[in-house]
Design a protein around this ligand. Sequence first.
Ligand SMILES: *Cc1c(COP(=O)(O)O)cnc(C)c1O
Length: 391
Amino acid sequence: MERIVYADHSATTFVKDEVLREMLPYFTRNFGNASSGYSIGRNARLAIDNARCKVATAIGARSDEIYFTSGGSEADNMIISGIARANKNRGKHIITTKIEHMAIINTCKNLEKEGFDITYLDVDEGGIINLNQLINSIREDTILISVMFANNEIGTIEPIEQIGKIAKENNILFHTDAVQAIGNVEIDVHKLNIDALSLSAHKFYGPKGIGAAYIKRDIDFHNLIFGGHQEKSKRAGTENVPAIVGLGKAIEISTSNIQRYNEKLLNYRNYFITKLQNNLDGIKVNGTMINRLPGNVNICINGIDSQTMLAMLDMYGICASSGSACNTSSLTPSHVLSAIGLTKEQANGSIRFTFGDANSFLDIDYIANTLIMIIKKLRMKNRTKITYMDI
Ligand SMILES: *Cc1c(COP(=O)(O)O)cnc(C)c1O
């Protein structure tokens, strides 16, 4: 069997055994529709209520403020479009950033067609927004600010507390896409003045295709999906009970182990970066090292094409991704790497490793050694090619 070393936890994570174990009875014994009144239906309803409570507890919200969705993308769509459409009589201006996930950016692009005006804030070379630019962008008709908690490509953590304060002082709603932050950063929506938040189970060792939107009570928002009375008639469709149960268990485990998880990943990251820099020239970490997800290493490697690099890593069983994980089919460089000022060449020479619970120190060492070996080989080959052409 080929050895697989997984270092792409920001793309998705495996489902933990404890999580799967909790889910299984809801595929079999307790398969009932949560809207049915007999025992197996009631069991499903109780399981949903229990999971909702766990999600609420994890972020300091109330149970009735949590809506289950099909994932992070749907939560982002539901919150941005839903709040914008319900509040358009108050104004049609929204502030977001240039480094959001495409679920936010493309939702905003779509709202532009409906007559909304969107400001996309810049970030500095570390990947952090400028609070003065945020304040200066606020207008009479600004109804919503949406800034991601932590970036999925470079792992930078935005100044959420300050943004929440600014939003509150100006009486503007504040949403954060916390998909990458859950399980890595302590989040209390009240302390941070967060009015709406998106999360997704498969980024913290839960199943794919399930997520949640936190929307503070009394905030008006339009439906994205119409139908039955599920989720207080705000998100129709028979509930995915096993997935909801998995989400509840996964968020409980990951938010109660943040400190230990952080320490482990920080050790991996520091070891990895030090090893690379001790053995190679022309390696630069993309994004700030200060406010950053502990498991994220996004590096720009001089003279290397990331697609070639990833294909070679794959031959050694190593799973990593390029800066443009979502754009692998297109040739446009990552919008995030462009926003922090990388040239097209630098962006195309960047790769992302995101460590997680699947990894041991042995893995980190294996990845580092393999990477160093491949880079040396590729650079040697490039040099030969150039020499050849010079002749
Ligand atoms: C993965 C991700 C999403 C999308 O979540 P899905 O559950 O895959 O739809 C949204 N935002 C961020 C920051 C992400 O990393």
